[in-house]
Design a protein around this ligand. Structure first.
Ligand code: BG6
Ligand code: GLC
Ligand code: GLC
Length: 839
């Protein structure tokens, strides 16, 4: 009994001494809680630096956007190929993600060796090798000639601008193939695959192993939003708010960021923590000065760190009686698996002895205890360092979400984490100590990164298929040059029909004579009132024209026309107009003034004179009763009479296109076309009198209001009308009418977009297939939204140039609207009236 106690006492004493000795020797490797908190704070700053646009170029922690925007939602399915390159093993896999809801994934895989001459040789040969392995796998599984999407887990830092592309920033770990850095991995592999004729593979996603791990775990636990690898290398990714990612456009939602934390410290930020052993290890590595954090943590380096320490202790006479074996002197002879074995609970000491003997040493009991403790310190430091950086990420997540407590899951993988008996426990404990306000679940990824990479590929695949479907729908709107030339020809023919006496009555493009014969010549002068009705706004204007100087002063007021008036009775409409005129005169202090008035009335009117216009039919949003077939000038006169407050001399009724042409012609005498692309769409131009069969006389020119909005009402452009155009037409105030206008003008474009959105949603291609109540509401998608997204005027100008190459056209925007032109026309008409009256 006593003897047993004595032995136990002796052993405890021996252990204590050895531990103390090692502790003293490795004092610098034992990190206090304050140091860990300090490292955590430093890593927080590094993340911030990597995310900032201006600071990223010099940041050592690159914080790479991955273009993975969401975790799996269970709706993923399909059959995928997968490659997994960059960890301790290279695998090719077939992944079957099955039917919705069941969350069932089946994988078949095959490992392939990665000999050093391949991974450190010529880059092109490396990709050819990868392609050969893939081809071999495809043949073994009988998948030749079957088009399969592929997800590529590539565990190195890549700069991505989309999911299916990634430029290698630098090799890390054991890889160092020549001529690959700064090239796109996806195109390199795609090119290498071309050699295999029976291989039909589409690489849809390039994924870092951390991202694959996060996605694998998130498939089972939707709380998972971080992925950590502690394997050959070490790294982490997490879901960051888009608004914090300067390098990617957009602020909505989140995106996974591959931190590449292995490079933490490459700018010297960890020099106070690195030891002489870390420096020695770094100097002997493939990438000196790089991945300094990784070299203190990951599996590729831990064994080597232990070896260097043992060697130094032996040199100092602290181990093995000062004897160094030649094996111990050889780089790489202690591996992470040895470290793990030496730290095993019960067999640890025995394992240690065995391993040391294998290294050609003759260890004493004390040596074994000391070596075991060296392993513990080295692997504990690794877990501590990882914990600090992970704690920084968790804190960032919690702060992003503005939560006092964060509940989250971290997906874990990597050989060191998996094979080391104490590692996970230690890591978890330190993380929880560093971030007491986070409830963290650590979830081991049982099926590697590949399952997650397949999820990413599945989503990419669905997005690609959807994009194709969307493109098909939108292709209907992308008219070819030939189609446009056809439309041009048909329009030309319709313009001719409208002008000819024989065909005019049936023509859909009405070609209305306007009785405007000439352009302003600068001699116009005087004060005029103008009305501008039929566009977005109703305006009343006072226009003062000063002769000679081509300068005009205008005062105007905008009035709303309520829907019930637009679609009420004609009398109500014109009474309302007169009411607005009265308000305006009042406002201008012109009550009782008897001014000549020009009436811009933007609807098709048959004119027999400049001051007579019979409304043919309403277009756009107007539908007041008892107006069609009536002279709108008379209606206005009667309304003025009804009010019996003032008198106005209505001199001219003018279409808005004509008013616009006049406004512009006042500045540029070459102007001979007026075009409106507004609520409605229409054009007028100066035509030779001899071509206008409806009007007597062959001399000079007259302005023709084409009313081209009605083009196609006879079905002549039905070949380019889409189902959406038909739907918009059916829902309009004038079904079957103004078909061209409904494909071109502001009142309808937003509606067309809305119809497309509804259809794409019905097809499940948008908004998760759910049509909101608001989207169902007619008119909710305004045309101004389109112009906020797209700009049209250049398209118009360029297409005109292309289709009418012989014409040198200048486009002049009428800044002052049609009102000014209407006043000018009134001035001209007034001048012409005088001699008539005098006669
Ligand atoms: C695996 C992944 O599970 O973990 C690999 O599928 C990854 O892509 C690896 O690189 C990391 O661990 P290790 O230890 O193999 O580098
Ligand atoms: C290295 C790589 C990184 C990878 C990690 C784990 O750090 O640079 O991309 O995630 O190893 O495999
Ligand atoms: C409608 C009208 C037309 C007007 C055009 C632009 O097409 O019918 O007269 O010029 O809209 O406002």
């Amino acid at each position: 009994m006593f003897a047993v106690h004595l032995v136990a006492f002796y052993f405890t004493k021996l252990k204590e001494d050895q531990i103390k000795k090692v502790d003293r020797f490795l004092y610098h490797m034992r990190l206090s809680d304050e140091t860990l908190l300090d490292i955590m704070a430093r890593f927080q700053a590094e993340m911030e630096k990597g995310l900032g646009k201006d600071t990223n170029p010099t940041a050592s922690v690159k914080m790479l956007p991955t273009f993975v925007r969401a975790i799996p939602d269970g709706s993923e399915n399909g059959e995928f190929l997968s490659l997994d390159l960059g960890g301790s093993k290279f695998r090719v896999l077939k992944v079957q993600v099955s039917e919705e809801g069941k969350r069932n994934v089946q994988m078949e895989s095959q490992f392939y060796p990665t000999p050093n001459e391949i991974i450190r040789g010529n880059g092109t040969e490396l990709f050819e090798y990868v392609a050969d392995c893939l081809a071999d796998f495809v043949r073994t599984k009988g998948l030749q000639h079957k088009k399969l999407p592929l997800g590529f887990t590539f565990s190195f830092p890549c700069r991505q601008t989309k999911l299916e592309e990634g430029v290698l920033l630098s090799w890390t770990k054991k890889f160092k193939a020549r001529g690959v850095q700064e090239t796109d991995i996806v195109s390199r592999l795609t090119k290498a695959m071309r050699k295999h004729k029976d291989l039909d593979v589409d690489i849809l996603a390039l994924v870092n192993d951390t991202v694959g791990t996060m996605m694998t775990c998130a498939y089972d636990d939707p709380y998972c939003e971080v992925g950590v690898i502690i394997g050959t290398g070490t790294n982490a990714c997490y879901m960051e708010d888009m608004s914090n990612i300067d390098l990617v456009e957009g602020d909505e939602g989140r995106m996974c960021i591959n931190t590449e934390w292995g490079a933490f410290g490459d700018d010297g930020a960890l020099e106070d923590i690195r030891t002489e052993f870390d420096r020695e290890l770094d100097l002997g590595s493939l990438n000196p000065g790089k991945q300094l954090f990784e070299k203190m943590i990951s599996g590729l380096y831990l064994g080597e760190l232990v070896r260097l320490i043992l060697l130094n202790m032996a040199k100092a006479g602290l181990l093995f009686g000062g004897v160094k074996s030649s094996t111990l002197l050889t780089k790489g002879k202690i591996e992470t698996q040895h470290v793990a074995a030496m730290e095993k609970y019960k067999e640890g000491l025995a394992n240690t002895r065995e391993i040391l003997v294998d290294l050609g040493l003759e260890p004493s009991e004390a040596d074994c205890i000391a070596v075991q403790h060296v392993c513990t310190i080295v692997s504990f430091r690794s877990a501590n360092l990882c914990a600090s950086a992970l704690a920084a990420i968790l804190t960032r997540l919690r702060e992003n979400k503005k939560l006092a407590r964060l509940r989250t899951t971290v997906g874990m993988d990597g050989t060191l984490y998996k094979i080391h008996p104490q590692y996970p426990k230690r890591l978890h404990k330190v993380v929880r100590k560093l971030v007491p306000n986070c409830d963290v679940r650590f979830l081991l990824s049982e099926s590697g990164s590949t399952k997650g990479a397949a999820m990413v590929t599945a989503v990419a695949c669905r997005v690609q298929a959807q994009r194709k479907q969307i493109d098909e729908v939108l292709a209907l709107f992308q008219l070819t040059r030939q189609q446009l030339v056809d439309v041009q020809g048909k329009m030309r023919a319709e313009l001719e029909y409208g002008l000819k006496r024989k065909t005019h009555a049936l023509a859909t493009v009405k070609m209305l004579p306007t009785y405007v014969y000439g352009m302003p010549d600068g001699t116009e002068k005087g004060k005029y009132l103008a009305l501008d009705l039929g566009g977005t706004n109703f305006r009343v204007l006072l226009v003062k024209i000063r002769s000679g100087r081509r300068s005009v002063r205008m005062y105007n007021k905008i009035f709303a026309i309520p829907l019930e008036i637009m679609q009420g009775t004609g009398e109500e409409l014109f009474d309302h107009i007169v009411q607005c005129i009265a308000d305006f005169l009042d406002y201008m202090g012109l009550k009782g003034a008897q001014l000549p008035l020009g009436f811009t009335f933007s609807f098709p009117c048959r004119q027999a004179n400049i001051d007579k216009g019979t409304l043919i039919e309403w277009t756009k949003g107007f539908k007041a009763t008892d107006c069609e077939g009536e002279d709108v000038v008379d209606m206005l006169r009667e309304a003025i009479k009804r009010r019996n407050e003032f008198d106005l001399d209505i001199v001219a009724v003018v279409n808005d296109t004509v008013g616009t042409m006049m406004t512009c012609a006042y500045e540029d005498p070459n102007c001979e076309i007026g075009l409106i692309a507004g609520t409605g769409s229409n054009m007028c131009y100066m035509e030779e009198m001899r071509n206008i069969e409806l009007v007597e006389g062959n001399e000079g020119k007259m302005c023709i209001n084409t009313e081209w909005g009605g083009f196609g009402d006879n079905g002549c452009i039905d070949d380019i009308r889409t189902q959406y155009d038909m739907e918009v037409d059916e829902g309009s105030l004038n079904p079957g009418k103004q078909r061209y206008e409904k494909m071109t003008s502001g009142m309808y474009l937003g509606e067309i977009v809305r119809q497309i959105l509804i259809d794409l949603t019905k097809q499940g291609l948008l908004f998760r297939g759910r049509i909101s109540e608001r989207l169902r509401t007619r008119g909710i998608f305004e045309t101004k939204f389109l112009s906020q997204i797209e700009s049209f005027s250049l398209v118009l100008q360029e297409t005109v140039k292309e289709l009418a190459p012989q014409c040198d056209v200048m486009f002049l925007l009428s800044e002052d609207g049609s009102g000014k032109g209407a006043a000018l026309i009134t001035a001209v008409a007034k001048r012409l009236q005088q001699p008539r009256r005098e006669n």
